[in-house]
Design a protein. Structure first.
Length: 188
């Protein structure tokens, strides 16, 4: 049975990201090539076109369902797409809910970490380099301006996002997306 036939059976003749039934093609999930069905997904033409540079944000709301797929290749594509859309609140919320097995997380992050090679790295209080998706701990109490609360020392902030400023990161504290100063953080 060919890879395409295996994927058609696995996906029930639907795009594995948006469930469309037209113009389905095999998509290898980097860094793999079309060597096995485990490393590929069946995608519609729209998903394939939008994969590298998501433009139609409404189309990608389908990830709310497909991110729960049991197939690691589909999980990797969903995670990478949500990461590219993470400036949108709904996409960041989905990303915060998403869980990947460690080997699937490594696959998803492969080649994704250094997209902006020309930007300055962000370091925590101990000099450890911070990457998007890291978990950090606050090393001192921080007043949240406009939030009406204090982020307490020892608070864990998961799945941080890097900003254009290497001294700041973004993360959720008490359900509120805030900007944090990197020198007051310790990589978890």
């Amino acid at each position: 049975m060919s890879i395409e036939q295996q994927l058609l059976v696995r996906s029930e003749h639907r795009c594995e990201l948006c469930a469309a039934t037209e113009q389905l093609n095999v998509q290898a999930v980097a860094p793999y090539s079309e060597d096995s069905a485990e490393h590929c997904a069946l995608l519609c033409a729209t998903c394939q076109q939008e994969l590298d540079s998501p433009q139609d944000q409404n189309h990608w709301r389908c990830l709310n369902d497909s991110m729960w797929s049991q197939e690691p290749a589909v999980q990797v594509l969903a995670w990478r797409t949500l990461k590219k859309l993470s400036s949108e609140v709904w996409a960041q919320d989905l990303l915060d809910m998403m869980y990947l097995e460690p080997e699937t997380q490594d696959w998803a992050q492969a080649g994704q970490v250094d997209e902006d090679d020309d930007s300055d790295p962000t370091f925590d209080s101990n000099g450890a380099r911070l990457q998007a998706g890291d978990a950090v701990t606050l090393i001192k109490d921080l007043d949240v301006k406009g939030g009406g609360f204090t982020a307490k020392r020892g608070t864990m902030v998961k799945n941080i996002s890097l900003t254009n400023n290497p001294e700041h990161v973004e993360g959720k504290v008490n359900g509120v997306q805030i900007v944090l100063v990197a020198k007051f953080l310790k990589k978890a």
